[in-house]
Every structure is written in structure tokens, then in C-alpha cells.
Ligand binder design. Structure first.
Ligand code: NDP
Length: 311
């Protein structure tokens, strides 16, 4: 039995770095860094940032794919992944806090008209604009899972009237929670700020199409820190041109890196960040070692994904 680490993201955590963290937690366990580092037939668990084409076929004894992060859609879409192979994700505090903080940062920037002030400053103009009152601003958080609940609490404690939306009904102190497809349109019509932290699933794909975007409030801020395929890109461009929403802050995209010729790059009402809202996994890394032990001992895994449901 062996653990394979496969990350392939030059600007992020390196395979060797993760091996150095995990080795003391898994004494005696062979840990391979990449597909050329040893006998792949021994690998029972693969800790990955995504499943690269052709990878699964090379791992005949794979039992568990451990995502090094929260979003598992690329793993779910891997046709070659046998039904018996289990999937787990990392669901730790640090990246959840970071994603929530990202959403709140841009929400507060919106409240304080930061983009307008920045443009005025660069043009050498002294231009006063009243900030919005937070207690009179409604923020809606879409997705009330590990990250969304934290974001909703953060927005509520910053003073926003906070709405939350999920598939099943939730109860969160200080947050007006709603659930199910029919609740979404009215919720958007009520919200000055909408922050999505939804996973990519067949149900959430293309959810923000022209019809749904038209139900947003005029001038609202849309933040997407979940996954890019939530939004129909052309529909968003058209909707921004009509003012619903008034601005979009996007951290995630259908294709990443965002292609150079994509219209988002040049649209004045779009702010782009390169998938950086959740970054540090540190406090979740012991879960990788724990899941290796649990898999080996036949115990329930931490943060196992429901392959039927897709998240
Ligand atoms: P969870 O699985 O804990 O929560 C997902 C939430 O989305 C749940 O509240 C769930 O509802 C809700 N949901 C799922 N499908 C639907 C639907 N069809 N309609 C309404 N609500 C739905 O995930 P996390 O909070 O840990 O992470 C969410 C996503 O954030 C990840 O899947 C990932 O794609 C993204 N992410 C992005 C990062 C970044 O850097 N930009 C970093 C980390 C994560 P219910 O509770 O009822 O099941």
C-alpha cells in the first residue's frame, strides 16, 4: 500500500513539501511524489489537486482520491474513475475563513465605493460619494456549507442584513435562511450583495443564466467564489450592460487560467482575481494522513464526498 501525491501547480504547494509534512504522520508508509516516483500498483490513495487525463488508468489498486481542497467537480467528472473508488475532500478552517474574508472584503469595498474612489484618484478628482449604510444593505450568501455558513456569520456580524440559501433548510443565528430552487429568484430580488460559494454540480451548472440574472437588484454586487460554471458568461456580460448586477467580482472561471481574449478581462464592471480566495490548507493537511490511516483500517473517512450528489 502506498500514498501518491500529485499536485502539478507550480505557484502553489509542491509535492515534496507535502511529503515532508505527511511523512512524520505516516511512519513507514511509502509516499510517491508524482507518477514517475515508484511502483504505481502499490498506490491505494492519491492526494491530488485534480485528476489529470490518463492518471486513473495507471493506478489499478486505487481506493481513495483525496482532493487537496474543497471542490471535487473535476474528480466527479472523471469517467474512468471506477464506482468503488471513494472520494474525500479537505474541509478545514483556514481556507473557509479566507473565502469568507474574500467575500466580505469586496462587499465592504462596494459599500465604500472603493473602485469609484480609486478611479477618481487616478484622474486627480476630489469627488465625494456617500458610502452605503451596512445596516440598510442586504447580503445573500448562496451555499451554506462549511464555507458559506462561515461567510454568512461574518456578514451578519459585520452588520449586514444577511440572507442565506442552500438546498436543504438551515438555521443559523442572525441569518435568514431559505432553501430550494423557488426561493432563489425572490432572494436575489431582495439582495444588494450576492456572494456565491456553491459547489459545481449538475444542478448548479449554468444556474446564473439570463433569466436568473434579470431577477437581481439593479446595481447589485455579484461575487462568485464557488465555481465558474455557475455563471453563463455571455449572459453575465449582457446583464452587466443592463445594470443587473452592477458589478461582478469573480475568483473562479469556466476555464482557468481565464483565456487572454475573454471579454471579462476588458469589461469595466468586472473584477477578476485568479482563483486565490481560499489558499492555505495547512490545518487540513493532517486530515490527509488521517484518511490514509482510516482507509487502511477500514474506518469511516473524514469529509467523504457523496458521489451521487456530486459534493
Ligand atoms: P459544502 O459541501 O460544505 O457546502 C455546499 C453548500 O452548497 C451546501 O450548503 C449545499 O446545500 C449547497 N448546495 C449544493 N447544491 C445546491 C443546490 N443545487 N441548490 C442550493 N444549494 C446547494 O462545500 P464548501 O462550503 O466547503 O465549499 C463550497 C465550494 O466552494 C466548493 O465546492 C468549491 O467549489 C468552492 N471553493 C472555492 C475556493 C476558492 O478558492 N475560490 C476555495 C474553497 C472552495 P446543503 O447544505 O443543503 O447540502
Amino acid at each position: 500500500m502506498a500514498l501518491l501525491i500529485d499536485i502539478r501547480q507550480p505557484s502553489w504547494m509542491q509535492e515534496n513539501t507535502l511529503r515532508d509534512v505527511l511523512s512524520p504522520m505516516l511512519p513507514g508508509v511509502p509516499i510517491l511524489c508524482g507518477l514517475e516516483d515508484g511502483d504505481l500498483s502499490l498506490v491505494t490513495m492519491a492526494a491530488v489537486s485534480r485528476l489529470h487525463p490518463g492518471m486513473v488508468e495507471r493506478l489499478p489498486n486505487l481506493q481513495l482520491v483525496q482532493k487537496l481542497g474543497a471542490g471535487v467537480e473535476t474528480i466527479m467528472r472523471e469517467r474512468e474513475l471506477a464506482p468503488h473508488v471513494r472520494v474525500a475532500r479537505i474541509s478545514s478552517e483556514m481556507p473557509a475563513h479566507e473565502v469568507a474574508e474574500y467575500c466580505l472584503t469586496y462587499a465592504l469595498g462596494f459599500q465604500r465605493n472603493m473602485l469609484t474612489h480609486d478611479a477618481a484618484m487616478r484622474a486627480g478628482r476630489w469627488e465625494k460619494i456617500a458610502p452605503r449604510k451596512t445596516r440598510e444593505t442586504t447580503a445573500a450568501i448562496l451555499g451554506l456549507g462549511h464555507i458559506g455558513q462561515r461567510a454568512a456569520r461574518m456578514f451578519a456580524s459585520a452588520g449586514f442584513r444577511t440572507l442565506g440559501w442552500s438546498r436543504t433548510q438551515k438555521t443559523i443565528e442572525g441569518v435568514e435562511c431559505r432553501a430550494g430552487g423557488e426561493a432563489l429568484g425572490p432572494l436575489l430580488g431582495d439582495a444588494d450583495i450576492v456572494a456565491s460559494i456553491l459547489p459545481a454540480t449538475p444542478e448548479t451548472r449554468d444556474l446564473f443564466d439570463a433569466d436568473l440574472l434579470a431577477q437581481m437588484k439593479l446595481g447589485a454586487l455579484l461575487i462568485n467564489a464557488g465555481r465558474g460554471d455557475l455563471i453563463v458568461d455571455d449572459a453575465l456580460i449582457a446583464a452587466l450592460d443592463m445594470g443587473r448586477p452592477g458589478h461582478a467580482v469573480l475568483d473562479v472561471f469556466r476555464t482557468e487560467p481565464l483565456p487572454e481574449d475573454h471579454a471579462f478581462w476588458r469589461h469595466p464592471k468586472v473584477t477578476i482575481t485568479p482563483h486565490v480566495s481560499g489558499w492555505h490548507l495547512d490545518d487540513g493537511l493532517p486530515d490527509v494522513a488521517e484518511n490514509y490511516r482510516r482507509l487502511t483500517d477500514g474506518r469511516p473517512l473524514l469529509n467523504e464526498v457523496d458521489r451521487e450528489r456530486g459534493y
